[in-house]
Design a binder for this molecule. Structure first.
Ligand code: ADP
Ligand code: ZN
Length: 221
């Protein structure tokens, strides 16, 4: 079971992916998290990726594809994985498809999240994440605050704001998304695996609601 999360930054991909991973008992693979880990560890990939990430630009395909394929070779993905943040270019989608098909696998669902732009910006600038690399729980100072301000409910470590979660970088990331997303959405639509979902407080549907709906659908309940 390979599930892909599509959608602009701040639509709740990470939140939905985490709940799906737990509900379906398969690992969540987040390229953004893998890059941030590499940056904090100052690895060669991290140093290279940081140049792009800090400007809201995409990291080049060769680097990104390498880290994803390496991760998908690991034993714990044999029953599947939730890919959160990959593919993000048409080329990445094509390379991934070929890579999976060579192993007799394919993409089963591509979840395409969308959200009104004003809600996206509000959600991102208010986003806080747990600084513990093993935890990385996502909070929002208005929508889903931690019980104690600045402290993670799950592990007690400090909450931080991501360096690229500023209004200026967010606008650039949304622009990048608009320029690159349509061919990927079409790619999965043509393969009949696209599932569209609107995340919006105006209709009282947040990531966690959508994730529950999806788990039911996937488990065929
Ligand atoms: P968001 O979806 O909120 O922008 P992510 O954590 O998914 O955040 O990604 C953070 C940054 O990492 C992106 O802005 C981009 O620079 C880089 N990145 C993540 N995934 C990819 C990818 N598949 N291809 C290229 N760059 C990526
Ligand atoms: Zn935590």
């Amino acid at each position: 079971m390979i599930i892909i999360m599509l959608g602009a930054p701040g639509t709740g991909k990470g939140t939905v992916a985490t709940i799906l991973a737990e509900g379906l008992n398969i690992p969540q693979i987040s390229t953004g998290d893998m890059f941030r880990k590499a940056i904090s560890e100052k690895t060669k990939i991290g140093i290279e990726a940081e140049k792009y990430i800090s400007e809201g630009k995409l990291v080049p395909d060769d680097i990104t594809i390498e880290i994803v394929e390496e991760r998908l070779m690991q034993e714990d993905t044999k029953n599947g994985a939730i890919l959160d943040g990959f593919p993000r270019t048409e080329n990445q989608a094509k390379v991934l498809q070929k890579f999976l098909e060579e192993q007799g696998r394919t993409v089963n669902y591509a979840i395409n999240l969308s959200s009104p732009e004003d809600e996206i910006i509000e959600r991102i600038v208010n986003r806080r994440v747990c600084s513990n690399q093993e935890c990385k729980t996502i909070y929002n100072v208005t929508l889903s605050p931690s019980k104690v301000e600045g402290i993670c409910d799950k592990c007690g470590q400090k909450l931080i704001q991501r360096q690229d979660d500023t209004e200026e970088t967010v606008k650039e990331r949304i622009k990048t998304y608009k320029e690159t997303s349509q061919p990927i959405i079409d790619f999965y639509k043509e393969r009949n695996v696209l599932v569209d979902a609107l995340v919006s407080k105006k209709i009282n549907k947040m990531g966690k609601d959508i994730a529950q709906d999806l788990i039911k659908m996937i488990k065929g309940e």
